[in-house]
Design a protein around this ligand. Structure first.
Ligand code: AHR
Length: 495
């Protein structure tokens, strides 16, 4: 068993873990919106004004802070006016060439956000849209009354303006969003964002389209030319064990090598954030501009027999470990990372929920979001970990990662991941400066098989269970984690 040690300073706060790090992304892609979220009022599937009731209820439990929509690549070919009032169909060129009925538009998305109790984050169209179209959309959503757009909103059934906090000026404008050079996009950003106005007391947090993976030049140019006019700059990075074009790797039938590579590629997020942040620091030393990782997650081969353009993939304990590792990285960078949105909520990529007709299941990734929600908006505690080595063939990674936070009530939560697929992890944590505590409790997400997953015939194969493999005494926490495990420990204040 490998030995890991850590020190957590329970009385030293390093910052706040922005709850928006636990954000989501839902695009008009495959069965993500249609079927996954939207079934329409006439469906035999129980729904709330057309929104699937079972999915809304399960998502609500996650305390989703913010939801990004309508894309993705879809955003830069979406013309919002076709999705309000009388609907006009459109061709979804990026994702399978399907016809989008536009039944799910602005009103339906805002209703979904209301049901989930989350902030909407709308991605506007720069690639094939106009400044006027973007300006009109913002006026439509947020202007009180008496203008053409606000009157049209009222005609379409919404009297009061919505609160719209987050607005993205395009998506992946280096690629599907217009194949632009950063210099050109930076100028367009300056232009478009000018007309994204604050109306009727609404204040928009403006997010510029950011870099793909390690395109540091993109970040440099955007910061240099437009940092003064942005609140956030995005970054996209997906964990792909194989090759993007030649085969990403099966979501379920993968080897030990692929397990290790997945963990290694998930860990790469740390280097990316560090290096992009370093560039941002030069132009924004006060860290006013947030790094917004508005697309992340595992991107694997689609389920055999499904439309490859729909990006429908299964989800195993491997995905759960990758998600938990990402959260630990995001926490470490809490001062710069202000939001992250996993791709994508239902039936697409690393989803929380999979649906099949009227059935739905919760994925292992869902359970990580559920376990870790206690970290949302909590104070990040200073922690230092000396991890044992997880060795596989020629490679090595830290076996465990640990993150600790304290909520406003004073309860401490410690999350621990053991990414090693073979070895148990012995974890000894010194809890410095800790006040008297109530009875601790633990939860674990773990399976013996590395491709364990939930299926429609066995939907509860992978789910959190109570964890008793730890002790807390005299400021020392000892835990023994099985391989491939995510653990959450709660040390409550003493009542
Ligand atoms: O999430 C799937 C796609 O990945 C998004 O549409 C795009 O922004 C990214 O390339």
């Amino acid at each position: 068993m490998s030995k890991n040690t850590a020190v957590i300073q329970t009385d030293i706060i390093e910052g706040t873990i922005n709850k928006n790090i636990y954000g989501h992304f839902a695009e008009h892609l495959g069965r993500g919106i249609y079927e996954g979220i939207w079934v329409g009022e006439d469906s035999r599937i129980p729904n709330i004004e057309g929104i699937r009731a079972d999915v809304a209820q399960a998502l609500k439990k996650l305390n989703i802070p913010v939801l990004r929509w309508p894309g993705g690549c879809f955003a830069d070919e979406y013309h919002w006016a076709n999705g309000v009032g009388e609907r006009q169909t459109m061709l979804n060129t990026h994702w399978g060439g399907t016809i989008d009925s536009n039944e799910f538009g602005t009103h339906e998305f805002m209703r979904l956000c209301e049901l989930l109790g989350c902030e909407p984050y709308i991605a506007g169209n720069v690639g094939s849209g106009t400044v006027k179209e973007m300006a009109d959309w913002v006026e439509y959503m947020t202007f009180e009354a008496g203008t053409p757009m606000s009157d049209w909103r009222k005609e379409n059934g919404r009297e009061k303006p919505w609160k719209l906090k987050y607005f993205g000026i395009g998506n992946e404008n280096w690629g599907c969003g217009g194949n632009m050079h950063p210099e050109y996009y930076a100028d367009l950003y300056r232009n478009f964002q000018t007309y994204v106005r604050n109306y009727s007391g609404n204040e928009v947090f403006k997010i510029a389209g950011g870099a793909n993976v390690d395109d540091y030049r993109w970040t440099e140019i955007l910061m240099k030319k437009a940092a003064d006019l942005m609140d956030g700059l995005s970054l996209h990075y997906y964990t792909i064990p194989g090759d993007f074009w030649k085969g990403k790797g099966s979501a379920t039938e993968f080897s030990e090598d692929e397990w290790f590579i997945t963990m290694k590629k998930a860990a790469y997020m740390d280097e990316l954030i560090t290096r992009h942040s370093c560039i941002m620091d030069q132009y924004d030393p006060d860290k006013r501009v947030g790094l917004i990782i508005d697309e992340w997650g595992t991107w694997l081969d689609p389920e055999p027999g499904t439309n490859p353009g729909f990006l429908y993939q299964q989800n195993t304990i491997r995905d759960a470990l990758a998600a938990a590792s990402h959260f630990h990285i995001f926490h470490q960078h809490a001062s710069r990372v202000q939001m992250a949105n996993i791709a994508q909520t239902v039936n697409v990529l690393q989803a929380m929920i999979l649906t099949e007709g009227e059935n739905m299941l919760l994925t292992p990734t869902y359970h990580v979001f559920d376990m870790f929600k206690v970290h949302q908006d909590a104070f990040l505690l200073a922690a230092e970990t000396k991890a044992a080595r997880y060795e596989w063939k020629d490679g090595q990674l830290p076996q465990v990662s640990i993150s600790a936070s304290k909520n406003k009530a004073g309860d401490i939560h410690i999350s621990i991941c053991n990414i090693d697929h073979l070895q148990k992890a012995d974890v000894k944590i010194e809890l410095r400066g800790m006040s008297k505590r109530g009875n601790p409790s633990g939860t674990i997400l773990h399976t013996d098989k590395m491709n364990a997953r939930n299926t429609f015939s066995s939907p509860e194969n992978v789910k959190p269970k109570p964890f008793a493999g730890f002790t807390v005494q005299d400021g020392k926490l000892n835990a023994e984690l099985p391989p491939m495990a995510v653990v959450l420990l709660t040390l409550p204040t003493s009542k």
